[in-house]
Design a protein around this ligand. Structure first.
Ligand SMILES: [Zn+2]
Length: 196
């Protein structure tokens, strides 16, 4: 089932999400719905707060990035097969010199900005069977994970921009909150659901 994606301005996107355990109700259906929602919106990642749940779970499918002509064959192959569910993740380490990448977000349609992040991460998480894994990633996969991880910490990529950039974007972000945007997937807009 495709769920509406929560738009910029909804308080759930600013909350630090809580851990879940394997007794969380209908977790399998929730994960399946999140994948369907992510694919329906052509996203490469989706975090639970983006469907209105402040719990620590996100998904990544990096395969669309495998089409990028600038990448090496190795990188393309790695991205093509990267599909993973992260439950209760903790980024243990981040290292290296920050690099820039033009990021976007399903909760902030039509906004893309350069964001600086460190290139390498070590992450601990539980998989769909609640087995704990510790893995290291770099490059675009690390980038997507960092972006999604920020979501469960209540942080959006726009929070990382300079105050000048934020000022330039203010009107556009307000319009997104109000639903004054054309988007080809289902969304839930905070300023529209509020009653006066
Ligand atoms: Zn996002």
């Amino acid at each position: 089932m495709i769920l509406p994606i929560v738009a910029y301005g909804d308080p759930v996107l600013k909350k630090k999400a809580v851990e879940i355990d394997k007794d969380y109700p209908k977790i399998e259906a929730l994960i399946a719905n999140m994948y369907e929602t992510m694919y329906g919106a052509s996203g490469v990642g989706l975090a639970a707060p983006q469907i209105g749940l402040a719990i620590r779970i996100f998904l990544v499918d990096a395969s669309p990035f495998a089409e990028d002509e600038d990448l090496s064959e190795d990188e393309k192959a790695q991205l093509k097969d990267f599909k993973k569910t992260f439950i209760n993740p903790v980024i243990l380490e981040e290292e290296g010199d920050e690099w820039v990448f033009n990021e976007g977000c399903l909760s902030i349609p039509d906004v893309r900005e350069d964001v600086f992040r460190q290139p390498k991460i070590k992450i601990q998480y539980q998989d769909e069977d609640f087995n704990t894994n510790v893995e290291e990633y770099d490059g675009l996969i690390a980038r997507i994970i960092q972006h999604e991880y920020d979501h469960i910490e209540g942080v959006l990529f726009t929070d990382k921009l300079s105050s000048f950039k934020k000022r330039l974007l203010k009107g556009k972000l307000q319009n997104i909150s109000k639903g004054k945007i054309r988007v080809d997937y289902r969304m839930r807009f905070p300023a529209m659901s509020k009653k006066r």
